[in-house]
Every structure is written in C-alpha cells, then in structure tokens.
Write a protein that binds this ligand. Structure first.
Ligand code: C2O
Length: 545
C-alpha cells in the first residue's frame, strides 16, 4: 500500500436549505464533507485542524483500527477532543477491508453536519466479486435541522424529555422536491441506459432507520459495512444509522421516456415523535435530459412506516459471501458469553429540572441498566498509562442488574444507574454477545455499533431470547459480518467476534439520542504477549483534555 495524505480544515460555512441560511460546522467548507478514497492496505494520514469554537473529534466508522486505537476518534474514549486552534493527525492503515465506510464527528451532535464517505477500493488488479460497474456513486442519507442540532440536544438534556425532530431528510445533503423551497436542492443521478451502477449507500442520519427504493428499478445488494455479501435482489432497502450498503443498479436497456424518484423515509418502531416526511432524488436517463418538465415521474412504493416484517425479512437475506477468497471466519468456539439488555429507561428528575420524560422522570438509556457517563479524560489514555483510578471501573455487569423477567415481552427493565464501566477481555478472547431489547415505553429497534471490530450476526429474533432453543438455530456458516446491527424492536440479536485488537473500544446505539441518554459502553481488550499484539504508544500530537 501507499500513504495518502488528507487535510481536514474544520471550519464554519453558511449553508442554505429549506429557505433557511445558517452557519454550520464543515470540513473544508463542504457539506456533506469530502470523500476519502484509498485502497486496501494503504496508510491514511488525515490532519484535522480545528478552526471552530467547538471541540472536535472525528471517527472513521467501520475501520478496524488494528493496534491504532489512538486514531479511532470517539471523544473521551480513545482521545481527548481537538480544541479550538489545535490539530491532530489521524494515522491508520486499512487492513483486510474494502468497500464503503464513512467518517463522522464523534462528539456531542456535531455529526449532524460533519460526515462524509470513505471508499476503500480493492488492492490493485483485484476485481470485485461482481460485474465491474460502469460508474460508482456515493449516496449519503442525512438529516437537516433549521435549529442548531447542538441546541436541540442541550434542550433535550435540560428538560429530560425527547429532542425536537429534524426538519428534513437529505440525500447527499439535499432535501429534494417534497420539502419547502427545495426543488432546486434535489439529488439527481444521471444514467445511461444498459449500464450497471454501483451505489454506495450510507445512513448518516442521526436518529432514523430508513427505507430506500427507486421507482421501477430493483437493486442488487452486494456488500454491507464493507464486507461482501451473497448478492440478492430487492425493491427496497433497510439501512440503520451507521450502516453502509453497496447495491448494483442495472439501468433499463432502452432509455424510457420517464424519470424515476428514489425515495428514503423512516422505518419507525418507537412511540416517540418522528419526522414522517420523505427525501426524494431523481434518476434521469441521459436521453431525457432537457425534457425533464414534461416527463412523467414515477414514485416507488415503500413499506409502511412500521413494516417490521419487511425489516425482518430484509435483514435475514444478508449472508456473508463465505467463498474461498472471502471466507467467513466465524468463531466456532466461544470463550466468553455476555447477555446485555439494551433499551430505554428513566432516571429521577434532577433538582433544577422540570422533566418532560414519562411520569415526570428524565429519559435515560442503558446497557445492563448502566447508563454510561463519559469521563473527563480519555479511557484509552487512562488504560495505557495505567491510571484508571477515578476514570473508569472494570465491573461492568455481564448480565442485567435489574432482575430480568422472561415472561413479559418486551421485559420491563427500568432501573438505571449512572457509571463509567468497561468489560475487560483478554487478548484473542472469542466473544458471544446477546443483545436483548427492553423498554418501558414500548419496544424500539436499536442499531448497535461496535468500534474496532467487525462481528458476525449469528442470530436474531423477536420476543425474549431463549437460551435453550435459540442457539440451536445460530448460523455459524455464512452469517453477515458487519459493524452495526439493528437489534429488532422487542427482540434480540446475537453476535460473535474475536477480541484480537488491543485497546478500548466503544459500543453504542447509533441513534444519537439514545447514545446521549447513555446507551453506550466500552470493551477493554488487553495486550497480548507478543510485541505485535500490543497497543502502540500514543502519537506525540494526541490532544490533551
Ligand atoms: Cu459511527 Cu461510535 O460511531
């Protein structure tokens, strides 16, 4: 591989959407941010310079960061934030991965405007395991707030209630024709007939799982979270925040006298407020250029907002390629098993608050009843310097604290206590983790994201996990390998991974509001014996708190 240099100047930029101009935090003045392109095996040196009043950190979502935890990015987990006027060089090598990933800010709600694609091409002269596309196009879903999203989360935290919802969904930063004054801000994909296009889909929305479909065209899924999958064809995709999906779009052999909407809109499992609007882009055939106004535009049929059976059958179609060239190295033997409840709960209202949560309480979210509080210095640093005292505790409960009731579905699991706790794993431990959704407010799907690793989704189901029967149905042959899994609403997901990457690795719900409420925790993977199994010393420019 080669070394590629990028410079990210984090700066304010005026951007107008929905007839509303505001100053947002951007990289190099671009919204969405610049794309990073590399090949498998390349080293990336990305210098991030902070020119804005906010503290900043950037996460390279899905990059495995083998022994390079200092470059992972979540603020107060692997690094202190980059303060105003400071800079930090993220230095990592892309090992054993190729496909679509993305980068985003990993502090507060700044990722609402700070995000962009990461495209990892296969090594030179290594083909894709599918037809060579004529063109490749990143398609990033996002959300737009007329208000400052930082103020939206501050409001939610101060009132103990839910936050305001966004004002629009976007494709590549554009809301599209169904929103106020946004017809000119529409993503257009111009295509030639009879060609294959590779769409690199990324869900960068803060709080919404999305359905996506293109009218009169089917899509062939070939990759999820930068891992090839067995190709399958579908009219509609489901993509949770944090996930990426590559699809092939085969255009019609003769240019039709029509244009086609591509639409994304939310898949809703919770009871809270949400934005049920749709973002549309337009698929235009080349011969129809110029004739746009008179052409009919077809709309896709999307599943109903709460179509869980579609969501389930879509997820169950995803399988690892598991070929000789791209084997699925599923751990067959498990060293340590964990059972985590993931869900919403409540905390008592604090003195100076008037809480708008259920029964006058404050919203909280937890993993095994622990609502994770960010420390004031980075966990990885504390671990490396062996100064964990007062920073984190190692007694993260490996089973739920609240007596877990197997008869109610979803189980009532309300007791939440605050803490900064990690699970310690010996190097190379094989882990099986069952994540069980719980909620006092009705079940809600949670896209759980693990830093530092990919994992295999060996099973999922509805209701309460049955430890006697469900494991018999686990797929240990070709389960999908990914970094973010949607734990089904009122259900469970089982994952396996090998802890062969020393460091401190964040795991959290990728719905930003749930993360803010505490649905997050960290794994601490100890060094192995060999020098090549140890975390490297921190770089000299690592930011200080
Ligand atoms: Cu995409 Cu911890 O995040």
């Amino acid at each position: 591989g080669i070394t590629r240099h990028y410079k990210f100047n984090v700066e304010l930029q005026n951007v107008t959407r929905l007839c509303h101009t505001k100053s947002i935090v951007t990289v190099n003045g671009q919204f969405p941010g610049p794309r990073i392109v590399a090949r498998e095996g390349d080293r990336l040196l990305i210098k991030v310079v902070n020119h804005v009043p906010n503290n900043i950190s950037i996460h390279w979502h899905g990059i495995k960061q083998l022994r390079s935890g200092w470059a992972d990015g979540p603020a107060y987990i692997t690094q202190c934030p980059i303060q105003t006027g400071q800079s930090y060089v993220y230095n990592f090598t892309v090992v054993g991965q190729r496909g679509t990933l993305w980068w985003h800010a990993h502090i507060s709600w700044l990722r609402s405007t700070l995000y962009g694609p990461i495209i990892i091409l296969p090594k030179r002269n290594v083909p894709y395991p599918f037809v060579k596309p004529y063109r490749e196009v990143p398609v990033i879903f996002g959300e737009w707030w007329n208000a400052d999203p930082e103020a939206v989360i501050t409001q939610a935290q101060q009132t103990g209630g839910g936050p305001n919802v966004s004002d629009a969904y976007t494709i590549n930063g554009l809301p599209g024709p169904f929103y106020n004054c946004s017809a000119k801000d529409t993503f257009k994909l111009n295509v030639k007939p009879g060609k294959t296009y590779l769409l690199r889909l990324i869900n960068a929305a803060l709080n919404d799982e999305l359905f996506f479909s293109i009218a009169n065209h089917s899509l062939t899924v070939v990759e999820a979270d930068a891992v090839y999958v067995k190709p399958f064809t579908t009219e509609t995709l489901l993509i949770t925040p944090g996930q990426t999906t590559n699809v092939l779009l085969k255009t019609k052999p003769n240019a039709p006298n029509a244009n086609f909407y591509m639409i994304a809109r939310p898949y809703v499992t919770g009871l809270g407020t949400f934005d049920n609007s749709s973002v549309a882009g337009i698929l235009e055939y080349e011969s129809s250029f110029g004739g746009l106004k008179t052409l009919p535009i077809f709309k896709p049929d999307l599943p109903a907002l709460n179509d869980t059976s579609f969501a389930t059958s879509f997820s169950s179609e995803l399988r690892s390629l598991a070929s000789a060239e791209f084997p699925a190295n599923v751990p067959q033997k498990v060293d340590q098993q964990f059972f985590f409840t993931v869900g919403l709960g409540t905390n008592p209202c604090q003195k100076n608050q008037t809480c708008q949560g259920p029964n006058g309480a404050r919203f909280a979210a937890s993993v095994n009843n622990v609502s994770f509080i960010l420390p004031s210095t980075a966990l990885l640093q504390a671990h490396f310097l062996q100064k964990s005292n007062g920073v984190y505790a190692t007694d993260f409960p490996t089973t739920p604290i609240d007596p877990f009731n197997y008869t109610g579905a979803p189980p009532n699991n309300t007791m939440v206590s605050d803490g900064t706790k990690v699970v310690v794993l010996k190097y190379n431990t094989t882990v099986e983790l069952i994540m069980q959704d719980t909620s006092i407010l009705g079940a809600e799907s949670h896209p759980l994201h693990l830093h530092g690793f990919n994992f295999f989704v060996v099973g999922q189901g509805f209701g309460n996990f049955d430890p006697n029967n469900d494991p018999k149905k686990f797929n240990l042959v070709d389960p999908v390998e990914r970094n973010t899994v949607g734990v089904p609403a009122g259900g469970w997901a089982a994952i396996r991974f090998r802890a062969d990457n020393p460091g401190v690795w964040f795991m959290h719900c990728h719905l930003e509001i749930h993360t803010s409420w505490g649905l997050r925790m960290a794994w601490l993977v100890q060094d192995g014996k060999l020098p090549s199994q140890k975390i490297l010393p921190p770089p000299a420019d690592l930011p200080k708190c």
